[in-house]
Design a protein around this ligand. Sequence first.
Ligand SMILES: NC(=O)c1ccc[n+]([C@@H]2O[C@H](COP(=O)([O-])OP(=O)(O)OC[C@H]3O[C@@H](n4cnc5c(N)ncnc54)[C@H](O)[C@@H]3O)[C@@H](O)[C@H]2O)c1
Length: 261
Amino acid sequence: MSNNQDQVAIVAGGAQNLGEHLSYRLAKEGYKVVVADLNFDNASQVAETIMQDYDTDALAVEVDVANEEKVTAMVEQVRERFDRIDVLVFNAGVAKSTKITSFELADWQSMVNVNLTGYFLCAREVAKVMVEQGSGNIIQINSKSGKVGSKHNAGYSSSKFGGVGLTQSLALDLAEHGVRVNSIMPGNLLKSPMFQSLIPSYAKKLGIAEDEVEKVYEEKVPMKRGCSYEDVANAVVFYASDQAAYMTGQSINVTGGQVMH
Ligand SMILES: NC(=O)c1ccc[n+]([C@@H]2O[C@H](COP(=O)([O-])OP(=O)(O)OC[C@H]3O[C@@H](n4cnc5c(N)ncnc54)[C@H](O)[C@@H]3O)[C@@H](O)[C@H]2O)c1
């Protein structure tokens, strides 16, 4: 029996792809999982699957992470149901790739709103509960683009760089309360719909055919493969555990050696 069975984890943006995988992995590790997402239908399906296939409880919550009232309501709903929050995985994210000279302000704002302001709002509201408890873990899913600039990705990269500053500042605010705050910087999840949606723009920026893009991105990685959902899940489970008890304010690369600082 896992020793996490009394612990509650929220996955903000947990309804599909990486977030869905993280929700199942946390369920497998014994956490009660709150699948919080803009897409309530998908979130409900993921929560259903957890209750059917894993020996733990789950709750689906509809939330727009960029909306202060909705985030406050989400945390209230989780408290009513489970009365505690041990882990927040902030996974929600949006990405749109365009060269700076044609970058729309609306696209910039949507990436900053979801990727950065959303992280701030969710972390702030969850931190209130964790400070009261005197324990907790906040884990942001960032990106290697939060460590190094990314061509045609000014909005995404800037919003993710901001997340590093937020993680470090939250870690400083919360250390005395027994709350740790860390970021994970995955490399390209080549098979994910998010990466696949960027392929036309990447083919254009590299001047190659669309079906050559994945190979080029694989070749950039010293370990010669894209990042997998499970690579990220392993880092999440580690950060959430006591194995990482002396780690806070960190932004750890999970990039097959592509980024080393
Ligand atoms: N796909 C990649 O190659 C890659 C690489 C590195 C980092 N990441 C990061 O990993 C995370 C997940 O990526 P993914 O590829 O699974 O993306 P995805 O678009 O498939 O999933 C993102 C999830 O966030 C939810 N979401 C979006 N806006 C929201 C909002 N305002 N409120 C609540 N939920 C919202 C979506 O509904 C969706 O379920 C993101 O933070 C992304 O930046 C992705």
